[in-house]
Design a protein around this ligand. Sequence first.
Ligand SMILES: [Zn+2]
Ligand SMILES: [Zn+2]
Length: 395
Amino acid sequence: MLFKSLVITIIMLSFFLSLNAAKYIDQHLYFDIFIGEAQYLQLKSESYFYLNSPSDSTYITFPEVLQINYDGNESQPSVWVNGNFYNLPITIASDKPIEFNGYKYNGMFLLTATKENKIKLINNVEMEDYIAGVIPYEIGVEAPYEALKAQAVAARSHTVKQLLNSKHSNDGYDLCNTTHCQVYNGLTRQTERTYRAAIETTNEILIFENEVVDAVYHSCCGGSTEDAKDLWGSSRNYLIHTKDSRNNESIYCSLGGKYINWYKSAFQWSSKVSKNDIKNKLSIGNIQNIQIQKRGKSGRILTIKVNGSLASKTIKNELEIRKLFNNAKSSNFVLQDKGSYYLLNGYGTGHGVGMCQIGAIVQAYLGFSYEDILLFYYNGTKISDEWLLNNFKIK
Ligand SMILES: [Zn+2]
Ligand SMILES: [Zn+2]
């Protein structure tokens, strides 16, 4: 048994050798997240701090507030911590969560230096702590439990894909804490339920033909999901057009308003956009007419041609089309020319590819499990918690 786990550990370590700092320890994956940089920073905890510098293997105990100042140069970056001098890097741990800038974090902090002579603050966190902290920003904490679990697996798949693709390999950490990777503010919005959703799906991700799935999602498909190939030109056999219902039942996301009021306006909406607004964005003179040239299978507009008094412009990008119409909830709309403005009558919110989050929430209310939900929206995929053991092809 011990030998087996040793062999597994060696396989894990070699698998993650290409990652920046991610480490697999005792069935848990730890990685580094960029939190912030400053010349001066303060850390707080409800318990003692333990400081460790690599040049000195002993831990030094500090009280509950740390005042940290950068004081050094490029060849010798160093800091003062409550009047004590340290060369960087140092690690800081505590028995209780560590607070920085009003946010609390589990795990350890690593302090290194930036090229601009500032302190770089990095949170070394365990995968499930991270997932529990990310879910609230991706799907509301009020979502039913099976939908939270589906979101946990989708977010974990996304995380593993990012770790493998190593976006920040030159930055000294694995992930950043903004939408560039995923929004992460530690324990700030984590709840008992989001933590349980992460723990009960520990290590589970979606795989398709031995690759980690690009588990994208959106708020509301508006009737059916969009094909990734039509929308983004990237072929993904598991991100295909799917009607948001089984066996001719009602469209799942159309039932969202029964549970939470604003879901209604995510499914079906209307808005007005003045022709002057469009004119100002495009600089092609007065807007004369707009031709819808191509729609995707979900109804989302993929190509439009705007004819102005001075020139014409063709837009072939769903997000750009939404921006043109004052950030329309989706590009699945019909246009009515009302003289000085256009009236948009639309369905859905977001790009429409992958999991429909409101559909997932309704499915959870109807009694479907998180496995049912995920395999419904990610066609032909499998849920696996043994991905660390396999040699995935990385795309
Ligand atoms: Zn990032
Ligand atoms: Zn839907």
